[in-house]
Design a protein. Structure first.
Length: 387
């Protein structure tokens, strides 16, 4: 943002001496939290939690936007969102995966559907290698049949066994309604150096049993375990993944006891960051379309997810550091190797890559899918209406 404007708002005093204290401000502790400045086609009219109103910027340097006003509103309840969309009170609405069957008659509802949109996004079930001692989800905290030790997932056989116990076919059909692509690692299809031939796990209860019998010197099989998988409230796809893993582990050995519990999103975030969740599901949307942007958060020891997991591999750290500046020949070797390492020594269960949908009223024109734009509605400046 404009330097002079930021200084005028009290965000910065304009000196180098003060810049360090401005790094990483806590929520709501920057003057810019409730102010905006820019040179775009819209101006901020008003903002309150859940409702943002923009108006056309008639001083915009380019072609003026097609809309006088644009309103973005958070409506958590699906039935309300559905009614507003079908009645034409809104032009676009987010549709949770489990509700797409309610909008099948596009013509009658005057809707236009864009589908089969491959997202530059990776979803994963991460293992926490060193669970925080204050965790409420590990039972006794020991390998005694009533819990798991805090370092339970440091055993490679546990991690591989859990991968073989996951059923991607059921997950893709039941949770994602067939619109999902399994991937072997965070490097998803559409990124440079994606290895389409990289081996992937599939449901194999015999192999899962083999590895879990070997885990912790045979103690896992003999004593069993008990812990809780959590997911953020209302996220049915993540609940389904938890239920699948719970059911398959119980089939392998009745002593493998997993409880599934919903917690609020804010609590979920706080506890994963504090390493209190034995396993946690999260996704990553591309900041820039390069494999570094995916391997770094999931595999580098300082990465946002890897750090919360306490996952650390010096070889991986060195490869990631080298890969971002390597020429194309060496970069391919590096990212292929990182994809192989992710599979062979899995820090998580790689769920895969989402395939998206977008629902608009039929009168909205000009939508262009951009896998680098996480906003479902796309670039509003490009949109128009024709009734």
């Amino acid at each position: 943002m404009d330097k002079e404007w930021c200084i005028a708002q009290g965000d910065w005093d304009g000196t180098e001496a003060s810049y360090e204290k401005l790094n990483g401000p806590a929520a709501n502790q920057t003057p810019l939290n409730s102010k905006t400045n820019g040179t775009g086609p819209f101006k901020l009219d008003s903002w309150e939690p859940g409702i943002v109103t923009l108006s056309r910027n008639d001083d915009y340097w380019g072609t003026k936007a097609n809309f006088d006003t644009f309103v973005y509103k958070v409506v958590s309840e699906w039935t309300t969102r559905k009614l507003e969309l079908t009645e034409g009170d809104c032009d676009w609405a987010y549709v949770d995966r489990q509700y797409i069957g309610e909008l099948e008659d596009l013509k009658a509802l005057n809707l236009k559907l864009y589908k089969d949109l491959p997202q530059l996004r990776f979803d994963v079930f991460n293992f926490t290698y060193q669970i925080d001692k204050d965790s409420n989800w590990v039972g006794s905290g020991k390998l005694d049949g009533n819990g798991i030790p805090l370092d339970f997932f440091t055993d490679k056989d546990v991690r591989i066994g859990f991968n073989y116990a996951f059923d991607w076919d059921t997950y893709i059909q039941d949770a994602m309604l067939g619109e999902f692509k399994q991937t072997a690692s965070p490097v998803v299809e559409g990124l440079p150096y994606y290895n389409k031939d990289q081996e992937m796990y599939s449901l194999d209860l015999d192999k899962a049993k083999e590895h879990l019998q070997a885990a912790w010197g045979g103690q896992v099989w003999e004593k069993g375990f008990k812990f809780t998988l959590t997911y953020n409230t209302g996220n049915n796809t993540r609940k389904t993944a938890c239920d699948i893993l719970k059911a398959k582990l119980a089939l392998i050995n009745p002593k493998f006891q997993v409880t599934v519990q919903a917690i609020e999103w804010s609590e979920f975030l706080d506890q994963y960051e504090a390493s209190q969740l034995p396993m946690f599901q999260l996704g990553w949307q591309a900041d820039f379309p390069h494999p570094h942007n995916f391997v770094q958060p999931f595999m580098q020891s300082a990465g946002v997810y890897a750090a919360a997991q306490h996952y650390s591999n010096s070889e991986v750290d060195d490869l990631i550091k080298e890969g971002i500046g390597a020429d194309s020949t060496r970069a391919k070797e590096i990212y292929y190797e990182l994809q192989k390492i992710y599979h062979d020594d899995p820090p998580g269960i790689a769920l895969g890559q989402a395939i998206g949908r977008r629902y608009f009223k039929a009168w909205v024109k000009g939508y262009i899918f951009n896998p680098m734009d996480p906003a479902d509605i796309g670039h509003v400046y490009k949109l128009s209406k024709e009734y």
